[in-house]
Every structure is written in structure tokens, then in C-alpha cells.
Design a protein around this ligand. Sequence first.
Ligand SMILES: *Cc1c(COP(=O)(O)O)cnc(C)c1O
Length: 476
Amino acid sequence: MKYKSTRGDVTGLTFEEALCTGYAEDGGILLPETIPKVDTNQLKSWANLSFIELAKKIIPMYVSEEEIPSSDLNDIIDRAFSRFSVPEVAPIKRLPGGLNVMELFHGPTWAFKDLALSCVGQFLPYFLSKRKKHINILVGTSGDTGSAAIEAVKGQKWIDIVVLLPRGRCSQIQELQMTTVMEDNVHVYRVDGSSDDLDIPIKLCFQDHAFTKRHNLSSINSINWARIMVQTVHYIYAYLQICPSCDSVVQIVIPTGACGNVTSGIVAKAMGVPIEFVCAVTQNDVVVRTVQTGKYTIADHVIQTLAPAMDIQIPYNMERIWYILNGGNTDVIKKLMTEFEETGSVAVPNDLTEAVQKVIVDTFVASDDVIRRTIKRTWDSDQYLLCPHTAVGVGYHYQQVEKNPGDTKQRVVIATASVIKFEEALQSAAIPYTRDPRVAKLFESKQKYKDMEKDDNWLEMLKEKIEDIDKGRQTE
Ligand SMILES: *Cc1c(COP(=O)(O)O)cnc(C)c1O
């Protein structure tokens, strides 16, 4: 399997190269040259597999045997999911009120980013130790990516990780998960800005190709292909749990931010799995406006909501979605993205928007008030606690149930994080709650971080830090 850029000027990359590349040199993002297909019989034959067994079927379709022999790949997958606290990895809870929730939060940092990043954290050292090569991973996070990435690579010999987090804009627990890691290869900055503000110096760093090369800079943001790939597994798993006979369509409701998760779903659908999607968002509704109107316009600012991991200004992965749904026409994508990058706004061709609407069949925007009411309703009816992100998706389910009481649609809502991470939301929904002991431990831990203030030169600080890391290693 080889990889190419959505903008067409970069082709023929190996999985290893795709794993270690952020944006492609032509400014696009990477996808497989062809998406492998799964037919119904094959799909049916997987219905009884565990999540990990299924991962061992899907992931090899994207990683050639010459790059990682299957016994090594199976070990990588086993190790990646070994820190998950339940053997099912991604269990589906069928609540008595008729709501199906797929829990993607049983990894080390209690959010769905752990699924993909745990794998990336095994793929990277596999290649790096072979090459005796060190890399610097640079991550901007709106909350969950940073901690999942840190947990996936902390203490590893061939990797240093620099994380920028938006100070005060993610939950206190999310921040502590990042600032309480003591390993020497972990470097955390609390930035006085939004998660989109801190993406700017990161993108500029990557655009300096000489610097990127010199310091082996790598990204594991949701533009990283390997993450998208691993996340396809939970869609196929969800489908098979809900419809093992493989004879009807299942609707999956996705609490959406930068569209990494929904992109994985669309890849799974392109493989041949009969699923459709609903994107549920917070008041930061760029995705909904884009899907519904075909106008892709950068938001003026990010509104802080109860679901901070979904508060984004630009859903970078839309570019991948368009590429997949227009049959890989790179000229269209290049034109679209160039106009968007120059003006901050672009009209998506109508046929492309129609193709998107066939896959993302509905959208939903949840205000903080809807989030609170949804958390309360699920607690009252099912004694089940939702995190605020998951509540955005469940809010859609309740809306549909009210609109069509006889509705028999097979639907799963993705639970992207555990409620234990988001105490603020529970307080705000007035639900009595005692702190989880795992969380209590965080509040007692020592911290290690630096701050970046508004008038600091963030790009310069970042580059200096990376130079220091590499100097330090050379004198070791
Ligand atoms: C990252 C995240 C999301 C949004 O996922 P995208 O792939 O960015 O759309 C939703 N919920 C939680 C808890 C997250 O961490």
C-alpha cells in the first residue's frame, strides 16, 4: 500500500513515510492511493471477532507485509491495546431507554484519541529503532490529543514530544494529565490562546522544510494518516455489533471537531461497510455549515463550550473527505484549498456537497444548554453519565426519538470521552458526583510545564526548544 497527497503532487509514499509526515510538501494531507474494499461475505465472516482480532484484519490492509511483517504487526496491535481497561476495547452499551453508546474511552487518558495514538506510539519506535533515528513530535491540542500522545510515547528512547495546550481552555483534568508527566522526553507548554491560535506556530514550523528536516519534526495531530487508519476499526466493529447479518444500514452519530473521527468513518464506508453518519457539533459549527450549505468559511473566533475538544475553527480533515468523495480528483481539491487558504472562505462545488450529504446524512448543533439537559436526561432515565462531548451526539438521538416516536433506525452514538474527565460539566448540569480516585490522584501529583504568554514569540520559543532538545541529545 502506498500513500499520496490530496493535492496530487506527492505520491508513492510508504506507510512509514506517511506515519512520519504531517502535511505533505504540496500542502495537502495523505491518504492511501486506493482504498481497499471489503465485500459482504468477508464482512459477515468478521462478525464474531473481538475488537483486537478485527484490528488485525483491517490494519494489514493498509500496511504492506514488506514494511511490517504480520507477526510484528500483530505484536504492535496487542501492545497498543494492552493498556485498555476492558477486554472489548470499545464496548457498546445498550441502555434500557433504547440508546446505544459505543464507549471509546477505556484507554489510558479516558478519551477516544487513545485508540489511534496508542497504535502510533508503537508504530513509531518500531521504525525508529530500526533506523536508529530520533524524532521530535510537535502537537497542538485542544485537550485530549496532547495527553493521549504523551501517554503513548513517554519514556521512549527515539522520541521527544513537545505539546502546546491552550491554558485555561481545556478542562482542569485534561491540563493536569499533560502537566503531571515527569519523563524527560515530554515538554509541555501552556499557551495563552485558543487551540487554533497555537496551531499557527506549529503549522509555520512545519512549513519551514529545512527546519523540519534538520530536526526530524513529526506530527501526530489528526492530520496523521495512521490515526485515521486505526479509527476505521471501531466503525467496522460498531457495524458488526449492531448488524452482524450485514443486511442493513447503521447510523453512527459522531461528536465532531476537526473531523478526524468522521473521516475514519468515511474511509470505512468507502471500504464497503453500510454505514451513514451524523455529525454533531458544539456552537462551533463550521462543519455543519459546510455540510449543509457547501460554504466552507473559517470561523472568526472559537466559542468556549462545555465540550472543549470539539471547539475548533478549521476542520482540517474536510480536505480528506472531499478527496475521497470526489473520487480522488486532486485538481478540484487543490483549487478549493488554495482559494480557502488565500481568502478564508470557499464555495464547494455543488456535486461535491451533494456527495458529502449522502454520507453525512444529518447534522446537529448542541448549545451548552442542550448538553446539560441531555446529560441530565440520560442520568435520570438510565443512570448513565455522559461526558459533555458524548452528550452532543446523544442530544441528536433524543431529538430524533421525539420527532419520530416509531423510528426503528439502527443507531449508535459514539462516546468520545469518559465523564470522569469533565467534572465541570456535571456540576453545571447539577448532577451529584464524587470524584473518581484516578482523577483524585492527578490533583496530588507534581507538575512540570512552561508558559507561553500573549506577547511572547511562540514560533521562536518553539524552534529554540527543539534545537535545545537536539543539542542536548548530541552531547549525551
Ligand atoms: C477529539 C475529540 C472529539 C472530536 O474528534 P475529531 O476527530 O476532532 O472530530 C470529540 N470528543 C472528544 C472527547 C475528543 O477528544
